[in-house]
Design a protein around this ligand. Structure first.
Ligand SMILES: NC(=O)c1ccc[n+]([C@@H]2O[C@H](COP(=O)([O-])OP(=O)(O)OC[C@H]3O[C@@H](n4cnc5c(N)ncnc54)[C@H](OP(=O)(O)O)[C@@H]3O)[C@@H](O)[C@H]2O)c1
Length: 288
């Protein structure tokens, strides 16, 4: 065991999609963990620098995830300032969640590298769990995934794999200095992903490609804030354009096993009930 592992690990976004899984895994290993989010104790807020030092007090390592996205204005500067403060506070090891094919995310990676801390970079493609734990869940429940993603294939990653790698990076010296480019084992178009989800859920789920402008208008109609509309437009225009369609060996390099397949994710998620008809009618009641 490393000396820093006897001190708590601060897991930023520790109630979110990847952070929650990292917290669970560290806790299962009996390692001390602190959740870094606005609901944490003490609270951590990216928008309130006064919360950063108390959250870092006594911490030995950090799972560093920025919210909402490293590609947004101000994210690189905030990540740099936070990482520098972390190192000054005695943090020896960082695992950084980064985004694949995003120049701004690569600037954030360099800013964190510049601190000189032991660093592992997890540069991830789109998460499979965006279909079940994020805004694409509403599309699935409605039976129609309407996105400006054309016919571009994406090698979706299962974030259970990502969380396994984050925990290894935080606890095992052999990952220090590694940059893991992370994808699942297969690239799927959104039409193929919709068909696999529909097959597993036992309902018809179709994909309808829409233009960037139409998507932005539909988001605005649903009350999504303008800066988030701009961000999603950037994402579909710049990141989902085919340049990130290939798969990588990142999961195998990090864990010595193959990444989980979209079909397994779809079957397991369907069995949890999150996509089933009662979830649809419950959502209708909540909306109404
Ligand atoms: N989604 C993807 O496909 C994908 C792919 C590659 C990389 N990424 C990267 O993953 C990172 C996280 O994205 P995500 O979509 O997975 O989100 P997420 O981790 O599910 O986000 C929610 C978490 O952020 C916390 N949070 C929200 N606002 C906060 C604030 N102002 N200060 C501190 N914590 C805050 C929430 O807790 P509280 O509500 O308690 O604050 C919660 O723990 C981003 O940097 C993104 O670039 C995402």
């Amino acid at each position: 065991m490393n000396t820093h592992a006897t001190k708590p690990t601060l897991v930023l976004g520790g109630t979110g999609k990847t952070g929650r899984r990292v917290v669970e895994r560290l806790t299962e290993r009996g390692l001390p963990v602190r959740v870094g989010s606005r609901s944490g104790k003490p609270p951590f807020d990216w928008d309130d620098q006064a919360t950063w030092a108390p959250a870092l007090d006594g911490v030995g390592s950090v799972y560093l995830t920025y919210y909402p996205d490293l590609a947004l204005p101000g994210a690189v500067e905030a990540t740099r300032s936070f990482a520098e403060l972390a190192v000054r506070s005695g943090v020896a090891r960082l695992a950084l969640l980064s985004g694949r094919g995003e120049p701004e995310a690569e600037r954030a990676e360099q800013a964190v590298r510049d601190t000189g801390a032991d660093l592992t970079i997890l540069r991830s493609t789109w998460f499979m769990q965006n279909f079940s734990e994020d805004y694409m869940l509403d599309h699935v429940l409605s039976g129609e995934i309407r996105l400006p993603a054309g016919e571009v294939p994406t090698p979706f990653l299962d974030i259970d794999d990502l969380a396994d790698i984050a925990v290894e990076a935080l606890t095992d010296d052999r990952h220090v200095g590694e940059l893991y480019e992370l994808t699942g084992p297969r690239s799927l178009t959104f039409a193929e992903a919709a068909a696999e989800i529909g097959g597993a859920a036992g309902r018809e789920i179709r994909y309808t490609p829409v233009s960037l402008e139409q998507h932005a208008a539909e988001l605005a109609d649903h009350g999504v804030p303008p800066e988030f509309v701009d961000f999603l437009t950037y994402l579909f225009e710049e990141v989902v354009d085919g340049r990130n369609a290939d798969t990588t060996d990142g999961v195998r390099r990090a864990l010595g096993r193959e990444p989980r397949d979209f079909g397994d994710y779809a079957r397991q998620t369907a069995a949890s009930g999150v996509w089933n008809a009662s979830a649809v009618s419950a959502q209708g009641r909540d909306d109404g």
